[in-house]
Write a protein of this length. Structure first.
Length: 339
């Protein structure tokens, strides 16, 4: 199979287990899940699917010599994502978005109920064997370390949000290698360039105000729809399009729903406010990496030799809190400012 990837270019995939998993219903569903949530109205043309990212993680792991078990684990690591991806973290737990781990909590159960265990058994693998991330250090590590998951979504977002060109991404990628299950840069300059670009993407995308508005607005919309039985919890494991098909017709007869949909569609102006006067409180996960690089035969962490970067890394590793105030809320059925 010839697969064309936005980051890695043309890739030949011929491993039977990978091909079968890529074609299965559970993986194909991810083509209908936006990587960022509901970003198109906030950042036009930034759409990336969870399928693209999942296959990208597999490609990256294979390229750098991971075992087939780790490659499979990488391919399937996001298969349990709900519609609109991390929006689920603004619905469940405490609904704040502080804990972006809902899909991780759902992963084992989702796989267990799917066709995936049967496919894996055909190829001599028990599904439990792909779930322990402590065995897959190339695929998954905690921040601020690099891992295949984090590298792939960063490269995709850097390109999608026009923070880097394909040429610049190729250069970053060419300066990366693996040693003793660690992702390492060839020198300090390439590590710092990567880390600073990661911060730029974080501030513009993942932890920015627009993300806060979109994620919290979508979370409030879906909570309302679940409470009103417009959608069910099971619907969250379908696709973005299928859920919108259930939601949008209702705005004609439900003024509150219309406002929530319009907020999610970015139709209202908004500003950062304070705890005395706000419509939404959003907590955004902020990310900063601290790469390793190779120098004089030693592995060195960037923050240990660059005090300026260490301050930035510490600053942007903390959640962003946004008190959001909408400035315009008008509809034919509702007065301005209806809440």
């Amino acid at each position: 199979m010839h697969y064309q990837d936005k980051i890695y270019g043309g890739v030949k995939i011929d491993e039977p287990i990978i091909l079968e998993l890529m074609k299965c219903k559970s993986m194909q569903r991810l083509k209908g899940i936006d990587q960022h949530g509901h970003y198109e109205n906030f950042f036009p043309h930034s759409n990336i699917s969870r399928f693209e990212h999942s296959v990208g993680v597999f490609i990256l792991l294979r390229e750098f010599g991971a075992s087939i078990l780790e490659q499979v684990s990488g391919l399937l690591h996001d298969v349990s994502h709900t519609v609109f991806s991390h929006v689920a973290d603004y619905i469940f737990h405490d609904g704040s978005g502080r804990y972006q781990n809902f899909q991780d909590d759902e992963l084992e159960g989702f796989i267990e109920r799917s066709e995936i265990p049967g496919i894996l058994r055909k190829h001599g693998i028990n599904y439990e064997d792909i779930l322990d991330d402590s065995k897959f250090l190339l695929k998954e590590r905690e921040l601020p370390d690099l891992c295949a998951d984090r590298i792939d979504y960063f490269l995709r977002d850097a390109l999608a949000f026009k923070k880097a060109t394909k040429k610049e991404i190729k250069e970053l990628f060419s300066n990366l290698f693996v040693e003793k299950k660690e992702w390492v840069f060839v020198n300090k300059d390439s590590a710092k360039k990567y880390a600073n670009l990661f911060l730029e993407v974080n501030n513009a995308c993942w932890s920015g105000l627009e993300s806060g508005v979109m994620l919290k607005s979508m979370g409030e919309l879906l909570k309302y729809c679940i409470n009103k039985k417009i959608v069910t919890r099971d619907d969250l494991f379908t696709t973005d399009k299928e859920v919108w098909i259930k939601i949008r017709p209702g705005v004609k007869k439900d003024p509150r729903l219309r406002i929530l949909v319009d907020r999610a569609d970015n139709k209202y102006k908004y500003k950062i406010s304070d705890k005395k006067d706000f419509d939404l409180l959003s907590l955004n996960k902020s990310r900063a990496v601290d790469p390793l690089f190779y120098e004089n035969g030693k592995l060195i962490r960037l923050s240990t030799v660059d005090k300026e970067f260490k301050k930035l890394q510490e600053k942007y590793s903390k959640h962003k809190k946004y008190y959001i105030k909408f400035l315009e809320e008008r509809s034919a059925e509702s007065p301005k400012g209806l809440k």
